[in-house]
Design a protein around this ligand. Structure first.
Ligand code: ZN
Length: 395
């Protein structure tokens, strides 16, 4: 009962916020804070009257306390007309608490998050859990089966959330997932990797102008946090716009299982579960390195690209990061950094053409506070809302 009461109010918050496209206004945030407070009061009041936690439903199935089960969500059909379903793993705690959703494989070739979600769902014990943990290891089964970032029609699923029931194939898949699963989440972490022969340092991407999102980013305990509003249509942006604070964990490269990156992801979820008081463990309250700005260094010449600096390296303005060599004339140009900061993303050595993005630099910024939930939102440089961000590579 206590959980059901809380979720009804949280659901109301979602309905209110979903009409407010873009960043919630101050009054909307105040309303949401009031609604969350009402959720807490309802939980306390109901807990005094009712000892048991009432059953909840997901995808039409009752989910009893202390249960872990796999449900199938039919998201699409194959070319031969067969149903395409994706597994939804649910762990329901014995005590009431929030719903934490973990999504991966929105881009079908990004495997690290698939394994992070699998390991977390395998190891979290519902008997020790408060609240509900919902894992969506493969959000884009079409792409996963073809080892592709995209859907069969070359659309990027992560540009179509929250989707439309009668839209394009991408929009329909997005709508099914968002409406039937994501709207049951109180908070969400979406897992990604670098794309197209690029590799990312483990990092959280989050809209740091939103206080709830900023607090969520800190709960993950990642050493690097990058401010990003998220493009329209991304799952992270759509969830946040619907009143569900959401962050993205980025690490590694497509089509690889890097155990260090996977461990970082699993550890982050465990920090988050402890911080949300959903599971035993130690919440990590470190001071992440926060980058309010990030920029790609693009090359001006075609040829053979070789990096001379590594992922994670600190860099100063003017530092040589790599070279591009003409394969016939042997002419070589140096790639220099126009920013001071850290290399948070890197193209693997390969052949390039002018305009190719090689080094992703997180530009240094001051750290506002170490305490989750109480820090003021950092001032965001106006350049983030301008053309430069539109030129950034997609997540
Ligand atoms: Zn991705």
């Amino acid at each position: 009962m206590e959980y059901a009461s809380g979720h009804a109010v949280a659901g109301l918050a979602s309905v209110v916020c979903v009409r407010n496209i873009g960043k919630p206004s101050r009054s909307m945030r105040s309303l949401r804070i009031l609604l969350v407070a009402a959720w807490a009061l309802a939980a306390v009041g109901a807990g005094a009257e009712v000892a048991e936690v009432r059953s909840i439903e997901l995808l039409g199935r009752p989910i009893d306390p202390g249960v872990r089960l796999q449900l199938d969500l039919v998201v699409s059909e194959s070319f031969e007309g067969a149903s395409i379903a994706t597994p939804i793993i649910v762990s329901r705690g014995v005590k009431s608490g929030p719903s934490l959703c973990l999504t991966a494989g929105v881009h079908g070739d990004e495997l690290i998050g698939v394994e992070v979600v699998r390991r977390v769902m395998e190891t979290v014990d519902p008997a020790e859990l408060s609240g509900v943990l919902i894992g969506v290891p493969i959000a884009n089964p079409h792409g996963f089966r073809r080892s592709s970032r995209y859907l069969p029609d070359r659309r990027d699923l992560n540009r179509f959330f929250p989707g439309k029931a009668r839209g394009s194939s991408a929009s329909r898949i997005a709508h099914t997932l968002f409406d039937r699963v994501i709207r049951h989440c109180d908070v969400l972490v979406d897992f990604h990797t670098g794309s197209f022969y690029r590799r990312n340092i483990p990092q959280i991407r989050a809209d740091l102008r939103n206080l709830e999102v900023e607090a969520l980013a800190r709960r993950f305990g990642a050493p690097v946090v990058v401010h990003s509003t998220g493009q329209l249509g991304t799952l992270r942006r759509a969830a946040t716009d619907a009143g569900i604070p959401a962050i993205t964990f980025e690490a590694g490269e497509p089509m690889r299982f890097d155990d260090n990156d996977i461990q970082d992801g699993v550890l982050g979820v465990r920090h988050m579960l402890a911080s949300l008081e959903m599971a035993p463990g130690r919440a990590r309250r470190g001071s992440p390195e926060i980058f309010l700005e990030r920029h790609w260094i693009r090359v001006d010449d075609g040829g053979i690209f070789r990096a001379t600096r590594s992922l994670g390296d600190p860099v100063a303005v003017g530092d040589v990061l790599g070279t591009v060599t003409d394969p016939f004339t042997n002419d070589r140009v140096e790639i220099t950094s126009r920013f001071a900061g850290r290399i948070i993303g890197l193209a693997l050595d390969q052949v390039v053409i002018p305009g190719f993005a090689t080094f992703h630099i997180g530009v240094r910024s001051p750290v506002p506070s170490e305490d989750p939930g109480v820090s003021a939102p950092p001032a965001v440089p106006s350049v983030l809302d301008g053309e430069l961000e539109l030129e950034e590579r997609p997540e």
